[in-house]
Design a protein. Structure first.
Length: 279
């Protein structure tokens, strides 16, 4: 009887320690996630320059100039003389903070408004490290070394966690709602010298295979078949832009995040529709 009591006491103590340990871990995880999101918010506030309003005004001015031109030739001449718009992102400040930051992604009406990084040494470093290179559950938005940092590849894949607090790439899942998908089709990527505009053409559940390692996108037929699969995904959870087209002359960006259940990935695919210089 005494021995049973000792065993029972030991079990109770072990369970208590386990509960305390789990509670402590969850507390640390929540604090870490909150700290990460606060840091990204502060970063965005500090590097999104006042020039962004000027850039917006410049774009409107350019559009008006083109509209007022009496001929296509006049419009082309007018556009060619317009100087590069100011960059809305202060990349010099970002590069001082972390030289692995090479672009910035923004998707209106979502929480996606983050720097994009690529480690020169470890493809998955930013899976669990923030922009300050400290350990973070939320990680960062990042690409791997198989992709060029100037978005010149036919396919560029950006990765981000599906965080429960809605940060990182969690709100990509909003594109599974047909109404949200239909009403939101633009995303923008800024580099230190260019603004890249993309039309979101598809969003769907995908397998867990590594896209860049699974296809030879230098092969035209392989790339053509892959683009066909983007517009005709084998997934019951998919939305495709009505009237959207893709051909081998197009460049696409794939945003990849975890599912809310099981294995696989949720992908949002954007087609490059235009780019303009930034100063």
């Amino acid at each position: 009887m005494k021995r049973n009591k000792i065993v029972l006491t030991a079990v109770v103590v072990a369970l208590s320690l386990l509960i305390v340990g789990c509670g402590g871990f969850l507390l640390y995880k929540n604090l870490n996630e909150g700290q990460s999101e606060e840091e990204y918010g502060s970063l965005a506030a500090s590097v999104m320059t006042q020039q962004s309003q000027t850039a917006s005004g410049t774009s409107s001015s350019q559009a008006q100039t083109a509209a007022d031109a009496s001929t296509a030739q006049q419009a082309q001449t007018a556009a060619s003389t317009v100087p590069a718009a100011p960059n809305p992102v202060d990349f010099p400040t970002l590069e001082v903070q972390n030289p692995d930051i090479y672009s910035w992604i923004n998707i209106p009406n979502t929480q996606v408004d983050y720097p994009v990084l690529q480690s020169p040494d470890d493809d998955n470093f930013y899976l669990d490290h923030g922009v300050d290179k400290d350990y973070r559950f939320a990680g960062a938005i990042y690409s791997q070394r198989c992709n060029a940092k100037d978005y010149s590849d036919r396919v560029t894949v950006l990765y981000g966690h599906n965080m429960r607090n809605g940060s990182m790439f969690a709100t990509l899942h909003w594109f599974s709602d047909p109404s949200f998908f239909a009403q939101n089709e633009q995303m923008t990527i800024y580099t230190d010298d260019r603004q890249l505009n993309y039309q979101i053409v598809a969003a769907y559940v995908y397998g867990d295979n590594h896209i860049m390692n699974s296809f030879d996108f230098n092969n035209d037929e392989v790339y053509r078949d892959f683009l066909d699969s983007v517009l005709n995904p084998h997934s019951i959870d998919s939305n495709v832009r009505e009237g959207a087209t893709l051909d081998i002359s197009d460049r696409i960006v794939i945003l990849s995040t975890c599912l809310n259940y099981g294995d696989g990935r949720y992908l949002v695919v954007g087609k490059l529709t235009g780019e303009s210089p930034l100063a």
